[in-house]
Design a protein around this ligand. Sequence first.
Ligand SMILES: [Zn+2]
Length: 390
Amino acid sequence: MKHRRLHAHHRMNRDAERLVWLANGLADSGSRPEDAYWETQLAQLILGQMRTGRDDGLTQALDRLYETNGRAYDELADLIESHAEGGLIDTPDGPRQALLIGVPVLAWSRFNIPVRNLTPDLVRDLKVQLGAHVLAAGARVALADYLFSPDQLPRGYAATRAFAEQLWQAAQTGRDMEVDAGRLAESGQFISDVRYLLAAVLATPGAPVFRWNEADGSRDTALAQWQAQGGALISSLLTGCSAELLLPDAYFAAWRRADREGRPHSLRAAVAYLQAMLDVPASGLRAAVAPSYDRRLEEWRIGFGPRDSAEVLHGVVWPLLGAEDETTDMGAEIGQVLKAAGVGEVVVLEQRFPFEFCEDCGAPMFPNAEGEVVHAEMPEESEAPPMHLH
Ligand SMILES: [Zn+2]
């Protein structure tokens, strides 16, 4: 589960030094009892760091291990995430395993993809469907009454843990969490994007948490039933949008799934958007796909336009995830998604495309079929919202 990190060489604080030492110990451990020892020591230190409200010590330790010991890095990253999203809490009914859950939805729209508060009725109905199809019988659930954009999620590990604790508290007392929309960040507007509901689940330690932990459950059935039964509720929140519900899961797992599935989704959304805006079939479109390099490969960029012109009307960025780099054959994967979406002509460019942005509006520049650096512009007569004026 390697993440891409910036290569920082700051001096580490004392807690970060100890985190590195413990994570190296865990990586070398030869037995479960030894693992348990290292993990307990790490847990105390990680939770102590999170209580300070800052991520400095945690990120310093991760940065150092990223450079020096990949296995220890993975162990520490895993533990930090698990303590940010979950924990054992005391309740009047005894100890409970508490977990923050992400409920991701991929959406696209010619208009705005909303962020919004949920009505109490909708919160209740969503909890019924989550309880029936996604969570184990006996698990207790609380929902935050808001549909979040990625910009509005808690930033960092300490903030995630603080948010999770509020939601666990609500679950314990049988309430839900009221979110003050005025305190959330502004959301960027994109044609396709992900939206999240956030929930807490409390389960008796050792008992199943998810529906697919039960003997007659499976992830595939849970997803199909959640899509069938939760779909109408989610659609009512996303007026004017086309929405695809992904499998809810532990917060970081849900986030990674949305990142991964969001990439092909944004290509399919671009094709559908251009068909609707230009009134041409997908077969009348051409896409140019290129790897975008700064000092190393940063991302892939896809420029879309009509087949009979070199214009680029719309562009999509395909980010790298996990340990992907220039050795990953993304061009073929992107080409397949575009062809499956019916795009008439797909040109995968071999040369390095510059990692350039428009100096006026900051938008990424995209390739056309000749590999030229082009600013994506919708034709003026179209009803596209103006992205910028220059
Ligand atoms: Zn511009």
